[in-house]
Design a protein around this ligand. Structure first.
Ligand SMILES: Nc1nc2c(c(=O)[nH]1)N[C@H]1C(S)=C(S)[C@@H](COP(=O)(O)O)O[C@H]1N2
Ligand SMILES: [Mo]
Length: 325
């Protein structure tokens, strides 16, 4: 069940997301509903506690309007979304980012925006974010390792931000860079990747309204392990495109180098579109395991462009996607 809300209702009249999630959990049939309603019942039925489902912290973004492109699928539990991560700056294990990020300080933070644009600037995070309205978008994020989650991101379209810096007509790509600081990011003391982590998009991909900069999830401020304070979310591309803890955004003429393409070019291309028909050299990409489904549940068919083909397929018209993988 999903309550769709017309876009013109002021946010003060909107059910806070937390209440909405609680109500929805409570309405879930039978034992699951009961389990969600009380921690004791959750323990008895073996279900997740409410904090596991929606997060333990304050929810400054609880009122963020829900984006029309949001999926109606049940969100992954907050616990899974914040303890099963890839963020090699903190180690290569899925639980490393949550465990090894204590020394990381995502505030104060500033972002340098430069390159082929008329108004380059280095801005403190608050100034960077101030003009933007946050929207709560439940996007399906699928990852190259063939697992997927449904995350209620809080963010805004990257294109709105890029336009403020007035890219020149020479700008054809956008390069993103993560913080480089081995003192805060212990994983950078080993050479698993060529630090700092970098990613890139073609300018039209970057300007597409589905490409967002996320500052939160589940109504909360983005946790460190998910890429605080600012990370990319590109819903139709594999997880590694969604670069975390961004310190620099640069408009460029040539296709930028990316961390994964640099480390293993035969395995990771520049485009990285979700494409079940193109296998990774070491595994099929036809199916995915949804985190939270349980190991015995059947895998799901992976959809071309992660199901966003109607919105994004035109960006690749005429391209051979087996070559441009
Ligand atoms: N800076 C940085 N960004 C990164 C990564 C990384 O190691 N470093 N890993 C990527 C990969 S491989 C994935 S699958 C996603 C995981 O995002 P999540 O942990 O929020 O699910 O982050 C991407 N962004
Ligand atoms: Mo990934």
């Amino acid at each position: 069940m999903l309550i769709r809300r017309p876009p013109d209702i002021p946010s003060s009249e909107i059910t806070p997301r937390e209440l909405y999630m609680k109500r929805r959990l409570f309405l879930k049939a039978g034992a699951a509903g009961l389990a969600a309603a009380s921690p004791a019942a959750a323990a008895f039925f073996g279900g997740d506690s409410e904090a596991d489902r929606i997060g333990p912290g304050p929810k400054p973004y609880a009122d963020a309007p829900r984006h029309p492109a949001s999926t109606e699928e049940e969100p992954t539990s907050y616990k899974d979304a914040t303890t099963y991560n890839n963020f090699y700056e903190f180690g290569t294990g899925k639980d490393d980012p949550a465990r090894n990020s204590d020394a990381f300080e995502p505030r104060p933070w500033s972002v340098q925006v430069d390159g082929e644009c008329h108004k380059p600037a280095t801005l403190p995070l608050d100034d960077l974010l101030r003009p933007h309205t946050l929207e709560d978008r439940v996007y399906r994020l699928r990852c190259v390792e063939a697992w997927s989650m449904v995350i209620p991101w809080v963010g805004f379209p990257l294109g709105d931000l890029l336009a403020r810096f007035e890219p020149t007509s020479a700008a054809r790509f956008v390069e993103f860079t993560t913080l480089l600081d081995p003192a805060q990011m212990p994983g950078q003391r080993s050479r698993v990747l060529d630090w700092p982590y970098r990613e890139g998009l073609r300018l039209d991909e970057a300007m597409h309204p589905l490409t967002i900069l996320a500052v939160g999830l589940y109504g909360e401020v983005l946790p460190k392990q998910n890429g605080a304070p600012l990370r990319l979310v590109v819903p139709w591309k594999y997880g590694f495109k969604s670069i975390k803890s961004i310190v620099r955004i640069r408009f460029v003429r040539e296709r930028p180098a990316t961390a994964w393409n640099t480390s293993a070019p035969q395995e990771y291309g520049f485009y990285s579109n979700v494409n079940p028909r193109v296998s990774h050299p070491r595994w099929s990409q036809a199916k995915e395991r949804r985190i939270g489904d349980g190991l015995l549940a059947p895998k799901r068919e992976t959809l071309m462009f992660n199901g966003y083909g109607d919105q994004v397929a035109h960006l690749y018209a005429g391209m051979d996607l087996t070559k441009h993988f």
